[in-house]
Design a protein around this ligand. Structure first.
Ligand code: APR
Length: 227
């Protein structure tokens, strides 16, 4: 049986594709306030502003491509059972060709009913406007986990982390919970790797590649493929 590699990714892996991260100096949360665009309260207060924020993100996604970091993770599938747990709402891992991608914070290319969280539809590159209806007649909302909302995929993600033979973290500041807590489910004996140009606080032994995903992920992948 193939050994399992679990990869936790954040905004940093998509940075070299041209998508801004959130907390770097040129990050999205420098331009917008979380409370204005990324909470359910914001959506109730000013749905158009929130819909437009995600319409913008979606339009941008359709102008960019996966980068070397995404592509290198696909190579790992030659030898390993690879599962990517991503905090990203873009689909660049899928576009690069990764098979198993679990989205913790939702997906830009999907929308769901305001009334029924399980009624999810593919919208591709289409904008969502006020008045756009789900099949049940309710307003469509972005299929995004906003701050303060539950993270339905955290449980399957934790199970994957418990099964990790190798664990890789790429491009996340580890600021947002419960995603940042997933590392605590990884067995103590599991070798862990981190790729990030900044120092990220992680309280366990971990091999650090302090560089961008475009070069750093290849180093980790080469190491694992030569084991
Ligand atoms: N390669 C790798 N990492 C990079 C690169 C790069 N080219 N450029 C920046 N980074 C790193 C930064 O150093 C930082 O550690 O990516 C990380 C980005 O951190 P955040 O902006 O906080 O993004 P993330 O950790 O994914 O945020 C988590 O917060 O607002 C929410 O829901 C949003 O999913 C997101 C969550």
């Amino acid at each position: 049986m193939k050994k399992k590699v679990i990869v936790l990714t954040g905004a940093g892996i998509s940075a070299e594709s041209g998508i801004s991260t959130f907390r770097d100096s040129d990050g999205l949360w420098e331009q917008y306030r979380v409370e204005d665009v990324a909470t359910h309260e914001a959506y109730l207060r000013n749905p158009e502003l929130v819909l437009n924020f995600y319409n913008e993100r979606r339009r941008q996604l359709f102008q960019v491509k996966p980068n070397e970091g995404h592509r290198q993770l696909v190579r790992l599938e030659e030898r390993y059972d690879v599962h990517i747990i991503t905090q990203n709402i873009d689909n660049l891992h899928e576009q690069a060709g990764s098979t198993n991608v679990l989205h913790l914070h939702g997906e830009l290319t999907k929308a769901r009913s305001d009334r029924n969280d399980n009624l999810i539809i593919d919208i591709g590159d289409r904008d969502i406007h006020l008045g756009d209806k789900a099949p049940d007649g309710a307003q469509l909302r972005p299929h995004i986990v906003w701050f303060g909302e539950a993270v339905p995929n955290i449980e399957p993600a934790a199970v994957l982390c418990e099964q990790a033979d190798y664990f890789i973290v790429v491009g996340t500041s580890m600021n947002v919970y419960p995603a940042a807590g997933l590392i605590h489910y990884v067995p103590r004996s599991t070798p862990c790797y981190l790729v990030d140009p900044k120092a990220v606080p992680i309280s366990r032994p971990i091999t650090i590649f302090q560089e961008k995903a475009g070069t750093g992920v290849k180093k980790v992948v080469d190491a694992l493929l030569s084991e």
